[in-house]
Ligand binder design. Structure first.
Ligand code: PMP
Length: 390
């Protein structure tokens, strides 16, 4: 009986329910881009990260099928044993080329890439400085590294400078999201680089939500802000704008070799299926050449912001496909999400602890797969739910 009470899981679960923070899942068909099906009902989907609409692109699907026919499904081993296929290798070369860096290294997920990089670069004598709103994987990576862990105010270079001025450490690593996943705003990279340079710190950018979306050819937030050369560690994921799965880190020869030697989540895990790498090669080529996808997104973003503002919703300072509507109260956000769902529109309610207390929101994400009429339908559904704006 003692063991049962020590593991009293029900109490914590009940508390989470009481706070309207209980997390649930949908069982979706076609879970991407423009629409999805849940329990047989079709919904317009405004909660996927399929920003360029590539997850269902026929050429990407075909590349995956062809590679699976050619070499099977599983990679069979970690990269360092025999799991590193010619598809993985070609993708790394293309990602290095796209990001203008000597090398790139694939990771099986973005979460693991962040754990791997920070763990390989930092140890007890070091210090890590993170934006308060960085993704959970970066926070966990910083904490797990054993380095001194500091958080600076969101997008605030002065706050970072104050933290760095007080630090006495061997290596100093500043880490920021390129585009913040729950707010949609971009980091002020030039200002952060200035501060990092003044304190002999390195910059790392997690561009999960900027890669594919920002910059010429979609090559990311640092390129869009003309500071790519000032950021030695660039990380991005492949499960969002690229429409597939996995992640990569791009940087110098020495950085990539360091990760191969020391990044435990790289060394001790099975390589992603090679067919996923083959599909990503295709979506990367589309990302770079089909500029119209980014142009369309810009137009959809403007259309949505105009419409939501006219209805009195509170938008956030975002020029990206992540367009949250700030609601505040957890239950109200959940209720609005439920009302939209009744009208055939899926938008997730994001609540604490994912976002700070009192800032629950509807996280609307737009995709180049959406048509302007889809955004009109979303706005019409939002207009049908006026009590949510009280
Ligand atoms: N970083 C950021 C900013 C993210 O939004 C995410 C995914 N939500 C990750 C890292 C983790 O990437 P993955 O889903 O590939 O593990």
């Amino acid at each position: 009986m003692a063991a049962t009470s020590a593991f009293d899981l029900e109490t914590a679960l009940a508390e989470r329910r009481r706070l309207h923070r209980y997390r649930t899942r949908l069982n979706t068909d076609a879970p991407a881009g423009r629409e999805t099906v849940v329990d047989g009902r079709r919904y317009l989907n405004f909660c996927a990260n399929d920003y360029l609409g590539l997850a269902n692109h026929p050429d990407v699907v075909q590349a995956l099928k062809q590679a699976a026919d050619d070499i099977g499904v599983g990679s069979g081993a970690s990269h360092l044993v025999c799991g590193h296929s010619r598809f993985h290798h070609a993708l790394e070369e293309q990602l290095a080329d796209a990001t203008g860096r000597p090398r790139a290294l694939l990771f099986s997920t973005g979460f693991m890439a962040n754990l791997g990089v920070v763990g390989a670069l930092l140890d007890k004598p070091d210090a890590v400085f993170e934006d308060k709103l960085n993704h959970a994987s970066l926070i966990d990576a910083g904490l797990a590294s054993g380095a001194r862990f500091r958080r600076y105010l969101h997008n605030d270079a002065d706050s970072l400078a104050a933290q760095l001025a007080r630090a006495d450490a061997r290596r100093k690593l500043v880490i920021t999201d390129g585009v913040f996943s729950m707010d949609g705003d971009a980091a002020p990279l030039a200002a952060l680089c200035d501060v990092a340079d003044a304190h002999d710190a390195w910059m790392m950018v997690d561009d999960a939500h900027g890669f594919g979306v920002l910059g010429e050819q979609g090559v990311g937030t640092p390129a869009a802000q003309q500071v790519a050369a000032r950021i030695p560690v660039y990380m991005a994921t492949l499960g969002k704008a690229l429409g597939t799965f996995g992640a990569f880190v791009a940087g110098s020869e020495a950085l990539i070799e360091t990760l191969i030697q020391f990044a435990r989540p790289y060394i001790y895990t099975t390589a992603m299926p090679p067919a996923v790498a083959a599909a990503t090669l295709k979506s990367l080529a589309i990302m770079r050449t089909e500029t119209w996808r980014r142009e369309k997104l810009v137009a959809l973003i403007a259309q949505f912001r105009r419409g939501a503002q006219a209805q009195g919703y509170t938008l956030m300072d975002s020029a990206t496909p992540i367009q949250p509507l700030l609601i505040g109260d957890d239950a109200a956000a959940l209720q609005l999400s439920g009302r939209l769902r009744e009208q055939g529109v899926l938008v997730s309610a994001i609540r604490p602890p994912t976002v700070p207390d009192g800032t629950a929101r509807l996280r609307v994400t737009l995709s180049a797969a959406h048509a302007p009429e889809d955004v009109d339908a979303l706005l019409a559904a939002l207009g049908e739910a006026p009590s949510s704006q009280d």
